[in-house]
Design a protein around this ligand. Structure first.
Ligand SMILES: NC(=O)c1ccc[n+]([C@@H]2O[C@H](COP(=O)([O-])OP(=O)(O)OC[C@H]3O[C@@H](n4cnc5c(N)ncnc54)[C@H](OP(=O)(O)O)[C@@H]3O)[C@@H](O)[C@H]2O)c1
Length: 424
């Protein structure tokens, strides 16, 4: 008996779209054995048919200029959205789901914003909606969280989930580059876009932390629930000081549980050189998970790139083919659900790095110590860089940190230069 065929339509043949037919061909035998189906691309939606002609001929699919040619085609089983952006992609995906097509996407912006709406629609239509590639491109982290770690109680997820900023910070740490030099280098190498806002301001990482928090804790949060700080204001001076104290700066997305509430943020942070995340360099990504049963585990790999990302997209297609074979449809990618509960400032705890200018010299060190004592924040290390001082603290609540910052503001003689979290 000949094998059943899963017919796929790809929307957008850009960086990732280009990789999907290549992998389906390259791994054809393995995919057929795994799924007992053939997975073929039948159509691709493009804006300019002429430009993508050669690719379509090579892989034997039809180019179409109108989404109707796909959603109204009863032969198409799965729509793979790879156009990016939010509004147009949302419209296309809803049309596909309404036409009872399974959907695969790599679009973190869209899923972090409208994931719940699309997941609900997919469930109603009894189809699958998968998006493994949306977080950390080539790292299979979402399926790991929803399946392999489903028996575990996750309480901390730390991610280096933006390759552009990680590349820039690596240049700043290892080569002493300034922020501007690091950005220019990342742009030259194609890691940063001409308008790097989403990356350097932490927004791209925040989208991914929305999705990771959903998979780790079952809680649907939005970008508004996340404190976001990018790397634009990071000073070379802090990078050098961190290095001398055995720390590296990383843009960390963190999603942590305190009691039953979660705290999610994106910010540059000092990571101790012995921490596994400290060695995740250049454009590589990693997600570090702490859980009750397994303890610590880390998932490392390329967070972007045509083939790594397309491999995650194809893995979603394989999962859909298996579901079709076994007739298990309409089950959400992540089935774990809990009511959203955000941790309070009294619950959230961090170790801190404070950098001050001490305007009146050494005599004020004692006053600084007493301000920390008053806020009940214990000092771990105090380093004199006359006329500046850096203080590393033991863990203290975000409430105490805020109290301390208020007291410093109203005390003459000190100027706060920077404050960052520390991960040891
Ligand atoms: N690149 C990565 O490594 C990576 C990693 C993880 C996730 N992702 C996600 O994957 C998605 C695709 O990213 P990408 O890097 O492949 O983007 P890309 O290279 O910019 O490709 C997007 C493609 O979609 C086409 N397109 C846009 N609007 C369209 C429309 N209305 N109709 C038909 N075609 C349309 C574009 O065509 P034109 O050429 O005509 O503009 C372009 O060829 C995004 O959501 C991105 O966030 C990418």
């Amino acid at each position: 008996m000949s094998k059943r065929t899963l017919k796929v339509a790809v929307l957008g043949l850009g960086t990732v779209g280009f990789g999907v037919p290549a992998i389906l061909q390259e791994q054809k035998d393995k995919i057929e054995q795994t799924t007992e189906m053939k997975i073929v691309i039948a159509k691709a939606l493009v804006r300019d048919v002429e430009v993508k002609k050669a690719l379509a001929q090579k892989y034997h699919f039809q180019l179409v200029p109108d989404i109707k040619d796909i959603v109204q085609d009863p032969e198409i089983d799965v729509v793979v959205e790879l156009i990016g952006g939010i509004e147009q992609a949302r419209v296309f995906i809803k049309e596909a789901l309404n036409a009872c097509k399974h959907v695969v996407s790599a679009n973190k912006d869209l899923i972090a914003t409208y994931g719940e709406e699309l997941t609900t629609l997919a469930k109603k239509q009894n189809v699958n909606f998968y998006y493994e590639a949306a977080v950390a491109g080539g790292i299979p982290i979402l399926r790991t969280l929803s399946s392999s770690l489903s028996a575990d109680g996750i309480y901390e997820v730390l991610g280096i989930v933006n390759g552009t900023t990680n590349h820039m910070l690596t240049q700043m740490m290892q080569k002493g580059a300034t922020y501007d030099e690091a950005l220019t280098s990342a742009q030259k190498l194609g890691f940063a876009e001409a308008n790097p806002t989403n990356d350097v301001d932490g927004i791209d990482a925040a989208y991914k932390m929305v999705i990771l928090s959903d998979f780790a804790y079952g809680m649907k949060i939005s970008l508004d629930d996340i404190k976001i700080q990018g790397i634009r204001m990071l000073q070379s001076q802090d990078v050098k000081i961190a290095d001398s104290l055995d720390y590296v700066f990383k843009l960390i997305g963190y999603s942590r549980k305190f009691d039953e509430g979660i705290d999610v943020a994106v910010a540059p942070a000092l990571v101790h050189k012995n921490h596994q995340l400290a060695n995740v360099n250049n454009e590589m990504n990693a997600v570090f998970v702490k859980s009750a049963e397994i303890g610590e585990s880390m998932y490392y790999g390329p967070g972007a790139g045509s083939l790594p990302t397309a491999a995650s997209v194809v893995a979603d297609l394989i999962a859909i083919a298996q579901n079709v074979q076994h007739e298990v449809l309409g089950i959400p990618f992540n089935t774990y659900k809990k009511a959203k509960k955000l941790a309070t400032d009294s619950q959230i705890r961090n170790q801190y790095y404070f950098h001050f200018e001490v305007l009146d010299g050494k005599k004020q060190f004692e006053q600084l110590k007493s301000l920390f004592a008053k806020a009940q924040i214990k000092i771990k290390q105090m380093i004199d860089y006359d006329p500046q001082v850096v203080v590393l603290t033991y863990a203290a609540s975000a409430k105490r940190k805020k109290q301390f910052l208020k007291s410093i503001e109203s005390t003459p003689g000190f100027e706060l230069i920077s404050v960052y979290n520390i991960f040891d």
